[in-house]
Ligand binder design. Sequence first.
Ligand SMILES: Cc1cc2nc3c(=O)[nH]c(=O)nc-3n(C[C@H](O)[C@H](O)[C@H](O)COP(=O)(O)OP(=O)(O)OC[C@H]3O[C@@H](n4cnc5c(N)ncnc54)[C@H](O)[C@@H]3O)c2cc1C
Length: 382
Amino acid sequence: MFTKSIWNAYADTTSFPSLDGDISADVVIIGGGITGISAAHRLSAKIRSVVVIEEMKVGGGTSSHSTGNLYVTIDQGLSHLRSKYNDKTVSKVIKARGEALNAMGENVKRYNIDCDFKRCTWYLYSANQSNDKKIEKEVELAGDIKLGIVGEDVTLPYPVSKIISLPEQAQINPMRYVQGLAKAIHSENCRIYENTRATKIEDRDNDCVVHTPKGKINAKHVIHATHTPKGFMFVQTLLGPYREYGVACKLTERIRYDGIYWGYYDDGEKYSTRVYERDDEQLLLVVGKPHKVGQAEDNQAHIRALEKFAKEHFPVADVIYRWGGQHYRPADLLPFIGRKSKHSNIFIATGLLDRWPCLWHTGRNAHQRYHNRGRKPMDRTV
Ligand SMILES: Cc1cc2nc3c(=O)[nH]c(=O)nc-3n(C[C@H](O)[C@H](O)[C@H](O)COP(=O)(O)OP(=O)(O)OC[C@H]3O[C@@H](n4cnc5c(N)ncnc54)[C@H](O)[C@@H]3O)c2cc1C
């Protein structure tokens, strides 16, 4: 089965050099996905010298395999988050995600990034009565924390039981966003290298050295923005690796389907659907069928199930793109962002499943988190 993500097909191009020789910097960021480029953007506004190294092309990792939805709620449901934290923390998470979502919108405007960013409504529905409870729980919790989730009366191309909505969320072409932001920040004080792999990282008393095939980088600090940190770290024992899949389909006719749609179906299935429009084309995306890595007998069966769902619910003419991507679910549901260990010069940012909007906003000190397992309030350490 040929697989390619829709975002690779609608990507821009980048041509950052590869590193050839020894250099130094205040901070080296390993990984040019949304995490690395967002960190570089923030840091380069504050410090003299930032270097990003990306082993492939900027934005070409998991960031090019997502659905491209930005929302303040979380994928596994706010009630799931509430089962571990109090209302105050849930509100804090939502606030931070909202701030990050707005910051992305501001970047799009400020740097004129051509990435199809648009504000839209997020919808959550139950496909039938047996899933209504999940919707009711979200409404109840939204009421407790005064999040403006309301019952809806919209007509979808397929029947649903209950549906709720939250306005002012957003959608984006994630790869074009990362590429556009990288181009905007690439400068003397923020150097970006593609096709440059970190092969070894030395964490010394007062600095670090990152080795690449054709040169070394000496820096005060290193950030692992590699989705999961390189090498072995204890934090990896708190991350569950999952694969999730997506398909993008051409339709026989244009449909009105603005927004982010998540639907609960029987047997715990949840499907995420949206449309993407560019160059006068409209494509339907269906994302879902996650499983723990290594526990699916046939990965392709998951893609076929998404195709079946798409065909049963929409006027599909053809399935054009199919892909799968990996993400890491943090055991306590929040990302780990911070120092690798107490006195280390190395920082990590991982467990971002839920999801980019929390970048640099909802993460807590990774080292402290490992030792306290979610008991301490969040601090914004990075
Ligand atoms: C199917 C699916 C749907 C999703 N939908 C959404 C969504 O709708 N909204 C949302 O917010 N999130 C979504 N996500 C999650 C989101 O895609 C990830 O959280 C995000 O892309 C992680 O970004 P990252 O920059 O940390 O990792 P990546 O994008 O993977 O970037 C890490 C980079 O590090 C580079 N790298 C690795 N090792 C080295 C090395 N040794 N040297 C140099 N470079 C290296 C890689 O090449 C890569 O480019 C989805 C994920 C999947 C799989």
